[in-house]
Design a protein around this ligand. Structure first.
Ligand code: DGL
Length: 267
């Protein structure tokens, strides 16, 4: 049974958290992963820059015949509607399912850790409020954390210091007990968030996007009733940056060696 070719894209290594979820689900996909590591962090950029960079990634993946794309990057999510008309396949953003889940949790106040662009877009709030107008989402942004995680080697002390300062800023909102990790880089260091704030519950939206991607192909011939296939996915990685940043993150996430890891020229 040939696997379904899908694209997963992010500014860097963060989207591998969604790849991990797809592997755990044994999704019958040939995953073409694009990490634009040379141009990250996207979260400190303008919307015009993000549109141009994300379009370039999607053009690259479209030329390789993907049937759907999972934008595994919260920072790109607010501009996905500007990209959709240019492509003949579905493009999934990671914010929508996460925001809907927040709205349904029934907690009056929830925290959001994300990049500056994501927090200031207000996208989580406007989606959640359509379902639950009483929910308050408190956003705390970082200009540095994603880039610290997308580096090789890691400066772990700097990562922990940044996490501590984000947690301190969130603790001002005393009612918050749950924090969405609204940047796909952050769940890579979820253990460090949990050590910094053991009283908080941290949510990783990767499973929600993996399920949304699988559900696009529900009922396809050859897929089991749960949408999976015993062979599981294969993974080809394309990066505009330093390929050395991938190995430690793949290991940390328990993802085996990819079939290939290729460098593509940066724009
Ligand atoms: N991983 C990306 C996200 O989910 C952002 C990292 C960046 O700023 O480039 O928002």
């Amino acid at each position: 049974m040939p696997r379904i070719r899908v694209g997963v894209l992010d500014s860097g290594v963060g989207g591998l958290t969604v790849v991990r979820s797809l592997i755990q689900r044994r999704a019958p996909f040939e995953i073409l992963y694009f990490g634009d590591n040379a141009n990250m962090p996207y979260g400190n950029r303008t919307s015009g820059e993000i549109v141009g960079l994300a379009k370039r990634m999607l053009d690259f993946l479209a030329a390789r015949g993907i049937q759907a794309a999972a934008v595994a990057c919260n920072t790109i999510a607010p501009i996905v509607d500007r990209l959709e008309p240019a492509f003949p396949f579905p493009i999934l953003d990671i914010v929508k399912p996460a925001a809907e889940q927040l709205a349904r949790r029934g907690e009056p106040e929830i925290g959001l850790f994300a990049t500056e662009f994501t927090v200031y877009s207000g996208m989580h709030a406007w989606i959640a409020h359509a379902i639950n107008p009483d929910l308050t989402i408190h956003g705390v942004s970082s200009r540095h954390l994603a880039a610290l995680i997308d580096a090789s080697p890691w400066d772990e002390a700097a990562i922990r210091a940044e996490i501590n300062s984000m947690v301190d800023a969130m603790r001002v909102h005393r009612a918050v007990r749950t924090i969405l990790l609204g940047c796909t880089h952050y769940p890579i260091v979820q253990d460090m968030f949990e050590e910094a704030a053991p009283e908080m519950e941290f949510l990783d939206p990767a499973d929600l996007q993996a399920d949304a991607l699988l559900s696009l192909f529900e009922g396809n011939e050859g897929l089991a009733a749960d949408g999976t296939d015993d062979d599981g996915p294969v993974l080809d990685i394309f990066t505009t940056g330093n390929p050395a940043v991938f190995q430690p993150v793949l290991e940390r996430l328990g993802i085996g060696a990819p079939r290939s890891l290729q460098i593509v020229p940066r724009s």
